[in-house]
Ligand binder design. Sequence first.
Ligand code: CUA
Length: 192
Amino acid sequence: MHTGMESPRGIWWKPAHKAEKVWVLIAFGWCMVLFAMMPLWHLKGAQNPSGIRYRVDPNDYARRTAEFIRTYKTGEDGGIPVVEPPPGSDVYLLGRMWSWQPVLKLRKGVQYTLHLSSLDVNHGFSLTPVNLNFQVVPGYDYGLRIVPTQAGDFRIVCNEFCGIQHHAMVGRIIVVDDSAAAAPQPSTGGGQ
Ligand code: CUA
């Protein structure tokens, strides 16, 4: 009778079967391929951003954002300032419980340095529907060199749980196409 007290009779201490060795080698080889893909994809894939990170005091960041809004504000959208920064400028976006400040109006094909940071807890910057995702961390200024390639009215959805109103934390980025703006447009964002 099998009581479970004696050692099981088995063959696990015998040398591995050839097929098992082959699979271990294949798995290891694949690990190496994936490992190499991390730096390769960073350089070739144009997907992983090379961000600029600085430590920043959240209050300093809030001041910088306020200054940025004062300088380039062109309107308001539901109580949130709409800001139209000039090409090549530093653009500040502040995440906090539970809003994104300000609404950004950018131009297609123009480079900006987009700064992301939070005033309180971790938030997630998720640009929809293009599916760009970045962490927004208090105490860190994450600078991204961006060139909008697509005109449209985009939403920033918070994808990091940040409290009771997390689901309502939605911001807005409007990208206008300057070449198309030469002719009068029926609607350029703004009130709706
Ligand atoms: Cu901010 Cu969730």
